[in-house]
Ligand binder design. Structure first.
Ligand SMILES: Nc1ncnc2c1ncn2[C@@H]1O[C@H](COP(=O)(O)OP(=O)(O)OP(=O)(O)O)[C@@H](O)[C@H]1O
Length: 394
């Protein structure tokens, strides 16, 4: 087990890691997430004794890394796949590491086979592709058959087959009872690989929970509702009914409605009640990416948007019907568009006030949120996914 207590690292005036406490347990893949510059690599370096904490401490199996007897046999790590002597062959690189740690040469050939580099084992690593370099780094981490493994961005540069292979490898290592701690920016990959997540932002702990709990704590389920394309007035009628019943309605690309705050049977009954046929009524859960974006939206140091404050503006307060307080209750019930650029994450579930008696006039849809950042398409969405691009200018 890895245990950090009050771990802090300052570089001059910059606090890279700020009072971080967490445990990484054996038998599970623990994902380590955070925006660029949030302190993931610094934390990993402190775990491995490569950086000295300014305050706090971190141990592996109860000992600081530097006090572990024969550490390479207990802990394996991939921090930087490029940290290889390019003039050496893959085999010689591993052989030199093995000799330093008293690991037999036979193990070198074994791990070369595990990562699929046996055919290029005698080639100089300077000619390796990014993906081959990653495989060599993973081979080095596995060399001592360690119980604790740390991987910093292990799927960087890998093709889909390679990503699939890394995913299965991580899961297999965890299933063998090892501690697997892996950082990544690929949310879709983390959703498939990790059991548990530790999320940091600006060096601080934001979340430490299972993937499932993380998604449900940071996002809300929603229903997708589609009416026949030849019935715009039906769509409007249904939207008004859904809002009046306390639902929140957004318009998706392709004409579907995204509804939160109402269970599926209730939506079905409301459609039946206003005589509107449905072509689709399906349950959806926000993706890990959407939940992650929502949690970290205020803590991104490097953002590609021209407007650094995009997405940080709170929407105006709503009444029980989703109307802006002081808004126009008699405006037509038109659903607001799901934002089309950047990313969109539905809000976490929040208790709604008890609905007041329905006013005679038709309520309006929830107010537009022009400053809310726009959508990461959720897998089954009609629109193609649009990923947020965060750029680290370093
Ligand atoms: N040696 C150093 N000297 C000064 N500042 C540093 C040093 N190492 C890291 N930092 C700063 O500490 C912060 C955290 O950096 P770190 O590399 O740990 O983040 P990260 O989460 O791994 O980022 P990324 O996802 O981009 O790899 C950044 O602001 C970085 O510029």
């Amino acid at each position: 087990m890895i245990e950090a207590v009050g771990l802090t690292k300052r570089y001059g005036a910059k606090t890279a890691v700020d009072d971080l406490s967490f445990q990484v347990r054996p038998g599970a893949v623990t994902g380590f997430l955070g925006p660029n510059g949030s302190g993931k690599s610094t934390t990993m370096r402190m775990i491995l004794g490569l950086d000295r904490p300014t305050a706090g401490h971190v141990t592996i199996g109860g000992h600081p890394y530097r006090s572990l007897p024969n550490a390479p046999r207990q802990v394996g790590a991939l921090l930087d796949a490029k940290g290889v002597h390019g003039g050496r062959s893959a085999r010689n690189h591993l052989l030199s590491l093995a000799q330093l740690a008293g690991i037999p040469a036979a193990r070198v050939d074994e791990v070369l086979g595990v990562v699929g580099l046996q055919d290029v084992a005698r080639r100089r690593s300077s000619g390796f592709s990014l993906g081959m370099g990653q495989r060599l780094g993973i081979a080095a981490a596995l060399l001592g058959d360690p119980q604790v493994l740390l991987f910093d961005e292990p799927v960087n540069g890998l093709d889909p087959e390679g990503i699939h292979w890394v995913r299965n490898l991580m899961k297999m290592l965890a299933a063998e009872g090892r501690t697997v701690f892996v950082s990544s920016h690929l949310m879709s990959e983390m959703a498939l690989t990790a059991d548990h997540l530790i999320v940091i932002g600006r060096g601080r702990l934001l979340s430490d929970m299972s993937v499932t709990d993380f998604i449900s704590a940071n996002s809300a389920d929603f229903a997708r509702v589609r009416v026949p394309e030849d019935g715009p007035e039906d769509r409007q009628k249904l939207t008004a009914a859904l809002i009046e019943a306390g639902g929140r309605v957004l318009s998706e690309p392709g004409g579907a409605l995204r509804v939160t705050g109402l269970p599926l049977p209730r939506i079905s009954d409301l459609a039946h009640g206003c005589d509107v046929r449905l072509w689709e009524l399906s349950p959806h859960q926000a993706s890990l990416e959407e939940a992650y974006m929502r949690l970290t939206q205020g803590l991104v140091d490097y953002r590609s948007s021209d407007d650094a404050k995009a997405g940080l503006v709170e929407p105006p307060p709503l009444d029980a019907y989703g109307n802006p307080l002081g808004g126009h209750a008699d405006a037509p019930a038109e659903p607001v568009e799901v934002p089309q650029e950047g990313w969109y994450a539905p809000p976490p579930p929040a208790p709604r006030p008890a609905p007041a008696p329905a006013p005679a006039s038709s309520p309006v849809a929830e107010p537009s949120r022009p400053t809310e950042p726009a959508p990461a398409a959720e897998p089954s969405s009609a629109a193609p996914a649009k990923e947020q691009t965060s750029k680290d200018p370093r």
